[in-house]
Design a protein around this ligand. Structure first.
Ligand SMILES: [Zn+2]
Length: 467
């Protein structure tokens, strides 16, 4: 049985290399998408964006603006911020275009080899899923600023960021091609859209864990003890990575803005608002700040790698419905406190207090008469991010119920196995089987599909599975 497994895995690995090599050869260098974002006058709150696509001889070339940002499950219609769009060919000759729905522009390339577009983006919303630009900072959530062409969505993107002339720092999780010129590369639009950028005159701190560099980029930090701060972040990273037994990234960036709303997890970065909450002398405030950081960091595993199937190959033009947010968010809340406890940053009593607070919030929510954890997950797109009195009366938070369910699952496993196993084993197994070592089974399935439907192979789905 073991030998057979080995053989299947070996065949699968050879298959990966062959298929990947074919894909690399078939990927034309001309398919690289070039994007530039400039911010010459930040006080106007407008970004200037230029994008340059291979027309591929298409008679109708469509560009689209995403309508939402993964992780923030609400349609925000980012096309509302776009203005002054123009399109030209590679020689600068104007191209005709027409808007065909709220977020789509259909361009007529004619004989053009390249389609170049330029437009401005209004950026003056203080949420982590929205764009921001003022004299203090540029927060570029790429789903909000860069358009895509569905045909080229799996193509690499070379991005040049031109920060305001008075600014000295640009921080992002993207691979850097040229640090001085702020040129970055994303292997496709999923990576681009999952890599926010923070520019300004930020305070930069950095540290290393297991040979991986972590950068903290902070806006307007109040007086604080740098050593404690770095050491606490380091403890969170060590605690989370050792709990899961793996580090899925080779670089990580903490983008910490001052005034604003929310926090979002990304593939090798997080974007969060501190609202000046760096006060290490206020123990309770600082603990909840660290819990916030621990949650976004643990999302590296739960939601970014262990994820509901609906939250992977994203549709950027509509709702991506799932009834599993109670796992994606709720279990992450459960583990944020575990991570802090193991890091020595929260006592057992503090952790139990945090759990009982969440359970009380759930038990006191009128909405539990109306919604299950699954229904609350599914309906999040309706009004969870647009909370009002009606939501208050009829909805529950899948964060709270998910945390409680996570705890019950954990206790049940510990009880049934006399403390031998826990929910952590489940998390690690899911992570290893479905993210890390998934090659064997899934690739064999896809290889069969590849042979059968060549050349109409669904490259995008195939490569997403390899990530
Ligand atoms: Zn979360």
């Amino acid at each position: 049985m073991n030998n057979l497994k080995m053989n299947i895995r070996q065949i699968a690995l050879i298959t990966v290399f062959l298929v990947a090599a074919t894909a690399v050869m078939s990927q034309n260098a001309a398919d690289t998408v070039f994007a530039t974002v400039s911010m010459d006058a930040p006080h106007t709150h407008y970004y200037q964006v230029e994008m340059d696509f291979n027309s591929n001889g298409e008679q109708n070339f469509e560009v689209k603006m995403p309508v939402w940002t993964p992780g923030y499950y609400w349609i925000l219609n980012f096309a509302k911020n776009v203005t002054s769009l123009s399109a030209t060919d590679e020689k600068g000759n104007p191209l005709q275009f027409l808007k065909t729905d709220l977020n789509t522009w259909k361009i007529e390339p004619g004989d053009a080899k390249r389609v170049k577009i330029s437009y401005d983006v209004y950026a003056y919303e203080r949420s982590v899923a929205d764009p921001w630009l003022d004299d203090g900072r540029a927060f570029i959530q790429p789903t909000v600023v860069f358009m895509f062409s569905q045909e080229l969505i799996q193509m690499p993107v070379v991005l040049t960021v031109n920060p305001y002339k008075e600014w000295s720092t640009v921080t992002t999780g993207l691979d850097c091609l040229n640090e001085k010129e702020h040129i970055y590369r994303a292997e496709d639009f999923d990576v681009l859209y999952d890599s926010p950028i923070l520019a300004g005159n930020m305070e930069i701190l950095s540290f290393e864990v297991d040979g991986v560099t972590y950068t903290i980029s902070m806006e307007n930090p109040v007086e604080f003890d740098h050593e404690t701060y770095i050491s606490d972040f380091k403890k969170i990273v060590k605690s989370a990575t050792s709990l899961m037994g793996d580090t899925p990234h080779s670089y990580y960036a903490f983008l910490i803005m001052d005034q604003g709303f929310g926090g979002l997890e990304h593939r090798n970065s997080m974007a969060v608002f501190s609202n000046s909450n760096y006060d290490v002398t206020n123990r309770a405030g600082y603990k909840s700040w660290l819990a916030f950081i621990a949650q976004e960091f643990f999302h590296l595993y739960n939601v970014k790698r262990i994820r509901p199937i609906e939250l992977g190959l994203f549709d950027y033009c509509g709702e991506n419905l799932t009834n599993m947010l109670w796992v994606a968010e709720g279990l992450t809340v459960y583990y944020e406190y575990m991570v802090l406890n193991r890091a020595g940053l929260m006592s057992q009593q503090e952790v139990l207090d945090a759990y009982s607070k969440t359970i009380a919030t759930f038990e006191n929510a009128n909405g539990r008469k109306y919604l299950t954890a699954r229904q609350a997950s599914y309906d999040t797109w309706l009004n969870f991010f647009n909370w009002n009195n009606h939501t208050d009366n009829t909805t529950i938070s899948y964060y709270d119920i998910g945390n409680a369910l996570g705890m019950l699952l954990d206790l049940k496993i510990r009880h049934e196995t006399d403390g031998e196993k826990s929910l952590e084993d489940v998390m690690r197994n899911i992570y290893n089987d479905f993210h890390k070592n998934k090659t064997a089974v899934i690739l064999m399935m896809n290889f069969a599909k590849f042979v059968k439907i060549l050349p109409g192979v669904r490259w995008r789905r195939f490569f997403i599975m390899l990530k």
